[in-house]
Design a protein around this ligand. Structure first.
Ligand code: PBG
Ligand code: ZN
Length: 350
């Protein structure tokens, strides 16, 4: 094989050197700026900050309850009082926000309790609002945690009725806004959900409550552990009639454009690790803040490998999250938020 440097092959350079004046080989020394930790730190292109991280929290009714989630090591279902304690720790570490998921005391076919002002999410939001922590308070808006059948909308026969679901989502979003949410995050993948929620919020005077749209949400095996946590596995069928086919990237960008047009303040992609191409394209196409959700299955893979000693948990966690940021995410929802913020605080110069 002949290696070409500039216009000259190495072989030709050697021949010439043997016979005539020595000409130095010309090539790029990309290793120069990698030689020391200080040089690497100086030119690092992507840095994680605690302020860009959002910690998802699962809240249940009651007091003083902490129930670990087996498929999500390190994560637990918390009663509102303990969720506030956790939020205090997160705020002290500089984490940007929390995303609340509710598991109600009782589920029904219509997911009525999603909008219950006394449900675990509104109760936690009121406590958090009163605590006045420097955190952005976010609440997931969907019906699947609240329905007996585990589907994200109102089920008629074996179909999900898109338009009948919209007012339910808007009601739930308004209940969370009234309880103190800064941001509501519709994840049901119903067409028109962002517009319906924006209209409901505005009509009630909640014009300052922002919408983080789960805009590009693929149907994914990586949500499995979450469904254990939320007890929301569909009792029949699956979510493929509303969540996108994981094979589709152009459709993902279309979903994002539609949610932007409906009034979303921020656009999310999920799962994060399977959406890096979408993130990179979205970064060029949209000027809205972009978020990525490192979902439960992404956590489970990392934790399982780390628990077996097959992977360095801290290095792998930082590498994965950095890649998500590098692809274009401003905001990252991650179950690792507390750990990463702790590591960042350790590294910070005193
Ligand atoms: C509810 C919702 C889900 C997730 C976020 N919001 C589950 C699903 O769509 O099945 C997944 C989050 C995770 O896996 O960590 N619609
Ligand atoms: Zn859902």
């Amino acid at each position: 094989m002949t290696v070409t440097i500039g216009r000259e092959s190495i072989a030709a350079a050697h021949d010439r050197e043997a016979s005539g004046p020595v000409t130095p080989l010309v090539f790029e020394r990309t290793r120069r700026m990698r030689a020391t930790a200080s040089r690497r730190a100086l030119v690092r292109e992507t840095r994680l900050a605690a302020a860009q991280l959002v910690m998802p929290l699962f809240v249940v009714p009651g007091r003083g309850g902490r129930e670990p989630i087996p498929s999500m090591p390190g994560q637990a279902r918390l009663t509102p009082d303990l969720a506030v304690e956790e939020a205090r720790r997160l705020a002290a570490l500089g984490v940007g926000g929390v995303m609340l998921f509710g598991i109600p005391g009782a589920k029904d076919t219509g997911g009525e309790s999603a909008a219950d002002p006394d449900g675990p999410v509104p109760e936690t939001l009121r406590l958090l609002r009163d605590a006045a922590l420097p955190l952005v308070l976010m609440a997931d808006v969907c019906l699947c945690e609240y329905t007996t059948h585990g589907h994200c909308g109102i089920v008629v026969g074996e179909r999900i009725d898109n338009d009948a679901t919209l007012p339910r989502l808007a009601d739930a979003a308004l209940a969370y806004a009234r309880a103190g949410a800064d941001v509501v995050a519709p994840s049901a993948m119903m067409d028109g959900q962002v517009a319906a929620i924006r209209a409901g919020l505005d009509a009630a005077g909640a014009t300052d409550v922002a919408i983080l749209a789960y805009a590009s949400k693929h149907a994914s095996a990586l949500y499995g552990p979450f469904r254990d946590a939320a007890d929301s596995t569909p009792s029949f069928g699956d979510r493929r009639s509303h969540q996108m086919d994981a094979a589709n990237g152009r459709e993902a960008l279309r979903e994002m454009a539609l949610d932007a047009a409906e009034g979303a303040d921020m656009l999310m992609v999920k799962p994060a690790i399977t959406s890096l191409d979408v993130l990179a394209l979205a970064r060029q196409r949209f000027d809205l803040p972009l978020a990525a959700y490192q979902v439960s299955g992404e956590l489970a893979m990392l934790e399982a490998a780390a628990a077996n000693g097959w992977i360095d948990r801290r290095r792998a966690a930082v590498e994965l999250l950095t890649a998500i940021a590098r692809a274009g995410a401003d905001v990252i929802l991650t179950y690792l938020a507390r750990d990463v913020a702790t590591w960042l605080a350790e590294e910070a110069p005193r």
